[in-house]
Ligand binder design. Sequence first.
Ligand SMILES: *Cc1c(COP(=O)(O)O)cnc(C)c1O
Length: 317
Amino acid sequence: MAVNSGTAALHCIVRGLGLGAGDEVITTPFSFVASANCLLYEQVKPIFVDVEEETFGIDPKLVEAAIGPATKALLPVHVFGQCCQMDALMEIADRHGLPVIEDACEATLARHHGQMAGTIGKASAFGFYPNKQMTTGEGGMILTDDEALYRLCRSLRNQGRSEDGQWLSHERLGFNYRIHELTAALGVVQTEKLPALVAERQRLALAYQERLRLIAGIRLPETAEGNTHSWFVYPIRVEASRRNELISQLAAHGIQSKAYFYPCIHLQQFYRKKFGFEEGMFPVAERLSKEILILPFFPGLKEEQMDRVARVLSKLI
Ligand SMILES: *Cc1c(COP(=O)(O)O)cnc(C)c1O
């Protein structure tokens, strides 16, 4: 079901599952802020669990200890185009009877042991902002095979209207999360191009790998066993003490790069204030947020441009 953003997709799912005040959802601090904000919209408390080094996703080894009587769902995020360790997470969720909401906004067409991101849990959210693998300008999508949840989300998207309802008959409190028809038309064409766009990103990731693997001081992204990447960005890791300086130095050479995700969600000002989060609570996520450097990465990026990025990086490091 199409909606007008990835955030709207997440919000509809959280509301659709009936989560609210007093409930807790286990999620990751190492993500784009929307994956936790969707909980705050409904007064659900995010319980952050640290991530693991291979996929940068929520660490299954830490999830079990975070589950308590108020836990109502798991919300893993497939960051940078790679699935979390979903087998382990689903096993824990099933054992505790918890629904899994997948934030697949950065992982369209990624796979985990053959299963596509967003088809593993109870419901999932996709995003089609221009930086994603496919875009509709602004846009998003919900996937679920739960018929009742689907019908409820359809109503929430459309001002709480009932299915056969009149224009001015509203069954529940809803939102205007409808996707525009012109935007949806873009999306239809983009889905046709999507396999080629993802293949092109795969080619670029390999080309970067070839050029960067011999530079000491750069740690390249890994793909966990059983995973197929759908590259969203190309995240290299450098010495934390050098990262920000490198961003400025690269910029001076006309090369744009970025720190992702810095700061982590729990260290955003309003999360600190609301929940009392402090530095040091999720050490792996915090370290990654200080080491990761995102290089220029988009379909159409040329070999010579990647050569130049590698040459400049090598000289600087
Ligand atoms: C892009 C993104 C979203 C949603 O983004 P919108 O801008 O609302 O479409 C949610 N979660 C993650 C991890 C994202 O990268």
